[in-house]
Write a protein that binds this ligand. Structure first.
Ligand code: ATP
Ligand code: ZN
Length: 279
């Protein structure tokens, strides 16, 4: 059985269970349990603090884990990133009080829960600062005179805003990742099966199925906008001179493509979520 460590509670907990469920792996919530066994896949799930996951994976207590890249880099343990998971997105940024006009950090004091990542950044940029390590509520330290700046995780920026801080530099972009240590062949085979499902779920999340109607003389232009998995499907409509076109569009460029399709003469455009997408 493959042992997977995920966050017991916090920002990555729900997303981690959600991706497993979308992979068709039935897991109970673990609210009171430290360990559950999946019902229909050779997977055992450990619920832990995210900070401990890289070390447990390195030491082989767990085979694989789900953590933020920020935690993985900070803990600096031997565990490799198998794949990014597309949730838990945030950035590690340096912020200073909104009222400050001097953005130079040289010689200043910075409060953070990420001393290792921060010192790496400062070294690379040739800036010398005093790093004040603190385990939580980093955002209040400038106000109480404990630090000039902070280095903390940001997603929407509302915490910074509430504390009258402004972001001056981003030092890391992060999202949840699947990590693994060295695995024996049998465990690697289970991981490969899991990974196959994860890729199908990720691909599906990043794509939409599109159906539209178009006059036949506009098909060439429309199909040029829709690469699809191989190429679009074209089916004749009962109305002569018209066809129905089916294809797949990526999430990134989605609205752009829709606008271009309309301009090219597409009508009755339907967009449908994809449940799984196998390459
Ligand atoms: P634990 O109790 O497991 O130690 P925690 O308090 O350290 O939890 P959370 O705040 O739940 O951690 O955050 C877990 C991870 O979620 C972070 O390490 C980061 O990768 C990600 N994350 C995404 N957005 C944010 C955000 N706005 N603030 C903090 N973390 C975020
Ligand atoms: Zn933590």
């Amino acid at each position: 059985m493959l042992r997977l460590a995920i966050q017991k509670s916090g920002r990555l907990h729900d997303g981690s269970l959600k991706i497993l469920r979308e992979c068709g792996i039935a897991v109970s919530n673990g609210n009171s349990q430290l360990r559950v066994v999946a019902e229909n896949f050779p997977l055992e799930i450990y619920f832990l603090r995210d900070d401990d996951i890289p070390e447990y994976v390195q030491d082989g207590v767990a085979d694989i884990g789900i953590v933020g890249e920020n935690v993985l880099l900070e803990k600096n343990k031997k565990a490799s990133v198998i794949t990014k998971l597309g949730f838990g997105k945030c950035r590690l940024s340096i912020a200073i009080p909104k009222s400050e006009t001097d953005e130079s950090l040289e010689g200043k004091r910075i409060a953070t829960s990420y001393p290792f990542v921060l010192s790496g950044y400062l070294q690379k940029e040739n800036i010398s600062c005093t790093i004040h390590e603190i385990s939580g509520s980093v955002e209040i330290t400038p106000k109480i005179g404990l630090a000039y700046a902070i280095c903390d995780l940001v997603s929407t920026g509302s915490t910074l805003f509430r504390n009258e801080l402004k972001e001056i530099t981003t030092i890391l972009h992060s999202e949840a990742v699947l990590i693994a240590g060295a695995l024996k062949v049998e465990k690697q085979m289970i991981l490969d099966r899991l990974l196959f499902r994860i890729q199908a779920v990720k691909r599906a999340r990043n794509n939409k199925y599109v159906l539209l109607n178009a006059p036949n003389n506009k098909l060439e232009k429309i199909c040029g906008l829709l690469p699809g998995m191989k190429s679009p499907t074209i089916l004749p409509l009962a109305k002569p001179g018209w066809s129905s076109v089916h294809s797949v569009i990526g999430e990134d460029d989605f609205w752009n493509v829709i606008e271009q399709l309309k301009e090219a003469g597409a009508e009755g455009i339907l967009i449908v979520p994809i449940e799984k997408m196998i390459a």
